[in-house]
Each structure stands twice: as C-alpha cells, then as structure tokens.
Write a protein that binds this ligand. Structure first.
Ligand code: UFG
Length: 329
C-alpha cells in the first residue's frame, strides 16, 4: 500500500517525500517536472514523469499500483504570475486535481490531503485568520485553490472521498541538514531572493510597496517552516486513515513579519548588509495574512517547531549557502 505524492519533485513535495520515506512508507511520485527537480526525489520513491491531466498516464499508474492515500501538491503557485496568466492557473490547478479525483473515484482511493493556501481568504477582515473567515480571493491562484476545495466538498458528497485541505501561509526554510531545499527558476519568493542578495547573486532586493496599512508600510506575512508543514500533512493523512472527517486547516505560526522584518532578520543570519530598494506594489498581494492555527493544533496535534522567522531563515541559508546554484542540473 503506497502513498501517491503528486508534485513530489517540487519544493514542498520533495520534503514530504523525504519525511514519508523516513517513516517507512512506500511512496509513489508523479511530477511533470515543469518546476520540480528529479534529483530531489532520488531518495527511494517510485518516480513517474507525467501530468495529472494525461488520462492514459494516470490510468497506468492507478492500475499498476495499490494506492492507499494521496497528497496533492501539483500546482502553479505564484500569486503575481496568476494575475498575468489566469488561464494557466485554471488549466493546471483546477483541471489537474479534477483529473486526479476522477481516478480516485475509478480506483476507489478514499483519502486525499490537498495543498491549499491562505490566498483563498483575499483581504481578510479579521486577523489572525480563522478557517471560518470569508473567502474572497484577490488573485486567480487563490481562486483556483478555493475552486478545488469546493470540488472536494462535492466529491465527498457524491463519491465518499475524504479530504483535508491545508491552507498554507508563507512556506520557507529547508531540510535541516541542507540536503534539499527551495530552487525555483525564476525565483519570486521573498526569503530566497533576499538570500540570493546575501550570496552576491543579486545586487539588491526590491520591497514591493511601502504604503500598505501595516506598521511599517510593507506587507505582513506568517512564515511557516517546510518541515513543520509536511509534518502537518503526515498528521492529516493519519487522521483520515483513522476515520477522521473531511476538514480545512490553516497552517501558520500565528505571528506576522513584514517584508522589512524579513530583510532585517536575514541581515542578522547572513551578516550581509542586503541592500533594499523601494519598488511598486505587486498586483494581487493582500496587505496582511496571519493565521490562527489553533484548529490544526487541537485536531491534528500539530505543534510547529520553527516558531521564529529567524530560525526559518537559518535553515534556508544553510541550503542556499551550500547549493548557490540550486540543484545540480
Ligand atoms: N516581496 C517583496 N520583494 C520580492 C518578493 C516578495 O517585497 O522580491 C513581498 C511580496 O510582495 C509579499 C511578501 O514579500 O508581500 C511575500 O512574498 P512571496 O512572493 O514570498 O510570497 P506570497 O505572499 O506572494 O505567496 C506565498 C505563496 C503563495 C501563497 C501565499 C500565502 O507563494 O502560494 O504565500 O500567503 F498563497
């Protein structure tokens, strides 16, 4: 009985695969390598190169393997890009998971942990954000993830599929030994960009907007370590396996850090001055996203280990310092 990890060669997916293998699970990975790295799963998982929307490919995988549960990370996940190319997001994110669900129904696989996002909330009225907050996304990325959450609800009703949707806040950090980590091309996320400045790969970091209604005028985010995040997936899957009901959980640390805070902490961690320049706002960015993760703590028994943004940056720095060009090509 195996766990199928869709998007298992990506940043979060590869950390999930490593943890599952460490727990002695049999792991199957599907990834189209659009943004993932094959090397990140040379860890002992069975790897299939292909796309969730390719029905022939999916039928082979489901017919030849006994799949017990699914963790679905396969998606495009850039807020800014989704504003410029919404069709890409609807095509990949909505149609990919729709196809996956079709095969779950056909092959009677009952449990799925789905990678959702804080971007489902849009501009929340209440901080910290509870799972009951209104969901009015301000970008197509959040809209497609919310669309899949709704589809999951209907699939439970129609086919008895049990799901856990995990709404991530800002995921960062790397495997503590520095073996695997974040490698996007192009990189758009704040922490890796800031660390690229510290490595001398960029001259400076642009701060996207300094006129937000926040204490220092820059956007505030809740940073959560990738190892804490995958631990929550493990717990969510176990809960479903033990007969748990379908639920949605926020995953964050419950503390907000501004863009300026992140740059300052990165200066402390790296000892580099990290020059910053003030830039225009990036379209689609909400001003403040900070989670209440009390529900996940109570119901999943989840307790994040990396609770400060500095401790998260430290592990990211370890990875980037030893792999300045990312994974070997
Ligand atoms: N930022 C900068 N300069 C940069 C890059 C980012 O100022 O060079 C700012 C952004 O405007 C934002 C903050 O830093 O205010 C964080 O930006 P990221 O791109 O690192 O992350 P996002 O908040 O845009 O998005 C991330 C994930 C999404 C998820 C979201 C939920 O990429 O998938 O967190 O909060 F939906």
């Amino acid at each position: 009985m195996a766990i199928l990890v869709c998007g298992g060669a990506g940043y979060i997916g590869s950390h999930m695969v490593k943890l599952l293998l460490e727990k002695g699970k049999e792991v199957i990975v599907i990834d189209n390598l659009q943004s993932g790295h094959r090397i990140a799963v040379d860890l002992g998982a069975k790897f299939f190169l292909g796309d969730l929307r390719d029905e022939k490919f999916m039928d082979i995988i489901f017919s030849e393997n006994k799949i017990d549960g699914i963790i679905d990370f396969a998606a495009d996940s850039l807020v800014g890009e989704s504003m410029i190319n919404p069709i890409k997001y609807y095509e990949n994110n909505m149609m990919g998971t729709t196809s996956l669900l079709k095969f779950m129904v056909k092959y009677k696989v009952k449990n799925i942990v789905f990678s959702s996002t804080a971007a489902t909330y849009g501009e929340p009225k209440n901080i910290p954000i509870l799972e009951t907050e209104l969901t009015i996304p301000t970008n197509p990325y959040g809209e497609t993830k919310l669309g899949v959450e709704k589809l999951l609800k209907w699939c439970e009703l129609a086919y008895g599929i049990k799901y856990t949707a995990l709404r991530y806040f800002n995921v960062a950090g790397a495997y503590p030994t520095g073996e695997i980590g974040e490698d996007h091309n192009p990189e758009t996320h704040l922490i890796p960009i800031v660390l690229q400045v510290a490595l001398g790969k960029r001259e400076n970091v642009g701060i996207y907007g300094t006129d937000y209604n926040t204490p220092d005028g820059t956007c505030v985010r809740d940073y959560v370590h990738v190892m804490d995040l995958v631990d929550a997936h493990m717990k969510a899957l176990e809960r479903l396996e033990n007969g748990g009901n379908s639920e949605i959980y926020n995953l964050g640390n419950g503390e907000g850090f501004s863009v300026k805070d992140v740059i300052e902490s990165s200066r402390e961690v790296t000892g580099h001055p990290i020059p910053a320049i003030l830039s225009e706002r990036r379209a689609g960015d909400p001003s403040i996203l900070v989670a209440s993760s009390e529900k996940a703590k109570k119901e999943l028994g989840w307790e994040p280990q990396y609770t400060t943004v500095k401790s998260i940056i430290e592990t990211a720095w370890k990875w980037h310092k030893s792999n300045p060009e990312g994974y070997k090509k």
